[in-house]
Design a protein around this ligand. Sequence first.
Ligand SMILES: O=c1ccn([C@@H]2O[C@H](COP(=O)(O)OP(=O)(O)O[C@H]3O[C@H](CO)[C@@H](O)[C@H](O)[C@H]3O)[C@@H](O)[C@H]2O)c(=O)[nH]1
Length: 455
Amino acid sequence: MGNPHILVIPYPAQGHVRPLFELSQLLVKNGIKITFVNTEFSHQRIINAFGSKVSVDGSIRFVSLPDGMGVDENRNQIGRLLESICQFMPMELKQLINEINRSNGDEVTCILTDMSMGWPLEVAAELGIKAAALFPASALSLASMFAVPMMIDSGVVDENGTLLKHEMIQLSSETPAINPSHFSWVCIEGFTTQKIVFNLFQRNIKAIEKAEWLLSNSTYELEAGALATMAPKVLPIGPLSTYEGVGTFATNFWPEDSFCLKWLDKQPPRSVIYVAFGSFTVLDQTQFRQLALGLQHSNRPFLWVVRPDITEAKEEAYPKGFQASVVDRGQMVGWAPQRAVLSHPSIACFLSHCGWNSTLEGVSNGVPFLCWPYFADQFMNESYICEIWKVGLKLEKDESGIIRQEEIKSKMEKLLGDENLKARAMELKEKIRTGVKEGSYSDKNLKSFIEWVKS
Ligand SMILES: O=c1ccn([C@@H]2O[C@H](COP(=O)(O)OP(=O)(O)O[C@H]3O[C@H](CO)[C@@H](O)[C@H](O)[C@H]3O)[C@@H](O)[C@H]2O)c(=O)[nH]1
């Protein structure tokens, strides 16, 4: 038999490409060949962000497949994107596997897919290739996905995914209660799109049964309760970002501004508010301005990631005079080296949308959170941060649904004055760091997975 060779297939979004790539780096270090399959659209974004100098990591081969959409079509139309991917990509993937297997290189021995997409598992089953899947968000979010059939049976949602009952769902006594209006398909606007996404959910749940390994980018130290509801089916191997030698190379969708690290070097220890909303969140004009004013009136140094598409409004998005008034203590960047930022000694707290990768990166660096969830699983992560781990505070909306500058300023003061909360954040950091050390559950699970890939 030739060398083990895995095709790794992430869902085409920043928060998914990143953890799949992190796992790929760990596999390559163990002598496994990786072909990393982005959509052409994601691949082009990464190339654009890095400049032409990077298309290959040296040990990981990058290839791309069309997602079936037009070059200029809007990929934020989630229903359209998912339908197109499911229609076109299975055939493209089969062709790619054939080409690889016909060439003189190593044959594909395994498919590792993002668990947000079941179709690669169907392709693997059809071609008789072994298959595994990684879920990039929390174990709780995965457990809620597995609970969908039960929710249909108990009348929480109908067979189209429409919400019928608004009561909170408790999957176990050790997990935060889930508000069903935060399920990802329910958060999406429009009945037709909701239905498409919900049907895809159900198709995924069926396809997942075809995978021999279901891996979670989580750890017992963080999510023992949620993982217990899926044991022994789902094995935690995370947080992937905390393993030694795992970098973010060749995963950014935007060019990284590393100058901000030099700026951080000049700030006092534990003084800077880091503000970032991941890759997806869009703030409307009012909300964007309230955030700017909150930062302005906090009178503290801040580093704010203002992605080019974070708000529909452009230059005039900032309140009048804002940039001049914060010039000595505020930095706005298009995309930060977030992991390096969060491990920098001058960071005091993280104002975050609570995406799972950001959550893991924050807690594994002992940084306290101000939580501003926007969509789906981010609300579950907020519950973990504020109610279970108790390492952060929620920002509350007013009656018109806006988080006001006064709320931002007062919660920031409260958070930074809470020594107990900061101590808990440091304790949690130590626990998580122990969780990936040699001999830990995550480490053992990862090693067993590697053995299986090689067998
Ligand atoms: O300036 C920045 C901002 C973000 N990041 C990185 O981008 C990733 C963002 O991931 P995440 O925090 O998970 O946010 P999203 O991009 O919003 O992720 C999507 O995917 C996640 C995993 O499935 C879900 O938890 C989220 O709800 C979903 O929006 C993280 O690794 C960050 O380090 C940077 O490197 N620089």
